[in-house]
Design a binder for this molecule. Structure first.
Ligand code: FRU
Length: 646
């Protein structure tokens, strides 16, 4: 559809939405499928049976979301049955048609069509979900025309069926139309889930989370057109992994974020099933490009993947897939078979542009987990040559590498990898001509197993900004997944990475509470304030002879310890995750970010921990303690924190 028209429609839709209550008035029900027969509809084939269904049919998963007792369900006899159901002719009198739809995602072969003058003018399909959800068509270009509705099911095999209910004409849409039907559907689903996600008291408020439903890896962070853009792996249709899209948010300052419409979605008509992880960059013409792994319909991501590119608009909001996709295909590797080939990341070395992908060379048997290197042949970044294996993981038990990030920091090169266990970095030298990374230092990006698949960017000030995915939240809450705070990476003189939250985050702090020079002797001191579950704490302890000392978060006044951040002379423990740590001249400096179910800790500017926590719902106490001996709190500052979504 013409873009301008789409924007006008969206604006009109918004205006209509805001001026009235959520339940549309002036809605004409065309079909509610409450009767026992098809009435004035004509059925052919065997997919429809004698009349509407009353929920799920034999061997079908649970069907929900329909209104009343009945719905149209083409699972009669299973997925393989086929047929059509056609309505009597009618005149389109109102500007919107709303209906509930679920079932398979098979454009053209399992769809509801609006036919005018013998041509299909509007069409919709399901989202591989038995739950029916609202779909709206803007009909004002065809108001006054004669039309028929037709439900077609010629699809066989998995998800070869459709569920439809409550077809109505209306003055207004049930959902807000976006620039594309696929995005409209996805956003409607996210909007539906948002009230539930927003009211969940465990959802973080100053760590980035999706508006609702599932999020995993950060994708394509970039500063473009005056904004920081953060995209993310997103399932708009549920709070578990699936249907991978790229969600989108933007910020002027890395502190406050605004949710934007979904930026990338699987192009079902091009055979795509998932838009997996990737990066964003600009080409020599200043155009925004998103590189990502495309997973085809019915394909296993381990066996077969392609790397695709999509061209962004000036706002980084919508992307058009390049007609030349796949821009990198398996053919580049000649006789070498790469398994789990995915997660492109573009980097530059002088005038040369490279790209890395992760994978393995032996079908995940271990010892051949690799990062592969490619070099651009053209300025537009649409032609690439394979340069070979950049890096092989030194540990034989590592089976595969995901989400490689490779970039220069200070005078060294850094490789960050997600090897299906805690995320690691390596630092060393890049031999661009030989196509090899020669690493001589390694470490952990985060000491928690709840942290994975980070992604990073260079910002206009030359800072390397990185976000990681915090995972392991409880399911069934209408949302799932958070990011760490944006961290700035720097290279220490010893060749190891240092990470700290971006300085601007101090804008989120409320009123400070201070404590100084408190000597603890086998004691627990409860602090009066601040209380709450969205806090930042900056603490300096000086070790004495205590066997253990540290902080108790969300502890009860009655003495239940809540969540511990503690040091035992050798190891720092953060909510059960442990790491060796050496004190700095007897000092332990902690920056602690407590954000409901997320706890992020930075210790001695060295070790990071990102944890998912579910302490007692009502316990909001804060305490410092030393067990079996002494320790001193040299200073403690604590702030309540403000939310980041604008
Ligand atoms: C890492 C990962 C990536 C993949 C994406 C799919 O968490 O498995 O390798 O691209 O998630 O959502």
């Amino acid at each position: 559809m013409n873009r301008l028209l789409a924007i006008l429609c969206a604006a009109l839709a918004l205006a209509l939405h805001s001026s009235s209550a959520a339940v549309p008035t002036n809605e004409l029900v065309f079909a509610d499928f409450e009767g026992d027969t098809w009435g004035e509809w004509t059925a052919t084939g065997n997919a429809f049976g004698d009349g509407p269904a009353r929920g799920a049919l034999p061997k079908q998963q649970a069907v929900s979301g329909f209104l009343g007792r009945g719905l149209l369900n083409t699972y009669v006899g299973g997925d393989d049955s086929t047929g059509t159901l056609t309505s009597a002719e009618f005149t389109i009198k109102l500007p919107y048609m709303n209906f509930l739809i679920g079932g398979g995602n098979k454009p053209g072969t399992a769809s509801i069509n609006l036919v005018i003058d013998g041509e299909v003018k509007y069409s919709a399909t399901g989202t591989e979900d038995e739950k029916l959800s609202w779909h709206s068509w803007q009909l004002f270009p065809v108001v006054g025309k004669k039309a028929r509705l037709q439900i077609v099911d010629s699809a066989k095999g998995g998800w070869g069926h459709l569920n439809v209910d409550q077809i109505t004409f209306s003055q207004r849409p049930r959902i807000i139309p976006y620039f594309n039907d696929a995005v409209t559907r996805a956003m409607a689903s996210v909007n539906d889930a948002t009230p539930r996600a927003s009211s969940d008291v465990t959802r973080p408020t100053y760590h980035f989370t999706p508006p609702a439903n599932w999020m995993n890896d950060p994708n394509g962070p970039i500063f473009y057109g005056g904004y920081y853009h953060l995209y993310y792996q997103h399932n708009p249709f549920g709070d578990a992994w699936g249907h991978m899209h790229w969600g989108h948010a933007r910020s002027r300052d890395l502190v406050f974020w605004k949710y934007m419409p979904i930026a990338l979605w699987p192009s079902k008509e091009k055979g795509e099933d998932h838009v997996f992880s990737g990066c964003a960059t600009t080409n020599s013409r200043g155009q925004l490009l998103a590189f990502y792994t495309s997973i085809g319909q019915g394909k296993s991501a381990t066996e077969y993947a392609e790397q695709w590119v999509a061209l962004g608009d000036a706002d980084g909001n919508t992307f058009t897939k390049h007609p030349g996709n796949p821009i990198l295909s398996e053919k580049l590797h000649g006789d070498t078979k790469v398994w789990d080939w995915r997660d492109p990341f573009v980097f530059r070395d002088g005038a040369r542009t490279f790209l890395v992908c992760g994978g393995n060379l032996n079908h995940g048997k271990g010892g051949q987990a690799v990062v592969l290197l490619y070099e651009a042949n053209d300025d537009g970044l649409t032609a690439w040559k394979y340069r070979g294996v950049l890096f092989t993981h030194p540990d034989a038990e590592v089976k595969n590498i995901e989400c490689p990030n490779f970039f220069k920091l200070g005078d060294r090169w850094v490789l960050i990898i997600s090897p299906h266990r805690r995320v690691e970095y390596f630092t060393g030298r890049f031999d661009a001509d030989g196509g090899k990374f020669l690493a001589d230092q390694r470490g952990l990006m985060d000491h928690s197993g709840d942290y994975y698949a980070p992604n990073c960017m260079e910002d206009p000030q030359g800072r390397r900004v990185l976000w990681g995915w915090i995972k392991g939240f409880k399911g069934g809450r209408g949302w799932n997944g958070s990011f760490t705070l944006p961290r700035i990476l720097t290279m220490a003189a010893d060749g190891h990475l240092r990470q700290e939250p971006v300085a601007q985050l101090t804008q989120l702090r409320g009123q400070a509470h201070n404590l100084q020079d408190v000597k603890l002797n086998n004691a627990t001191n409860h602090l009066d304030a601040p209380r709450g579950d969205t806090l930042e704490l900056s603490v300096e302890f000086e070790a004495g002879d205590a066997k253990q000392f540290g902080l108790m978060l969300r502890c009860s006044d009655a003495g239940a310890p809540g969540v511990l951040v503690s040091f035992d002379g050798k190891e720092l423990e953060v909510a059960g995750a442990k790491s060796k740590l050496s004190l700095d001249g007897g000092k332990l400096r902690l920056r602690v970010f407590l954000d409901r179910s997320v706890l992020e800790v930075y210790a001695n500017e060295r070790a990071c921990f990102s944890r998912v926590i579910y302490p007692g719902e009502r316990d909001l106490g804060l305490a410092v303690f030393a067990r079996d001996g002494t320790a001193t709190v040299r200073s403690l500052e604590a702030w309540p924190m403000k939310p980041i979504i604008k």
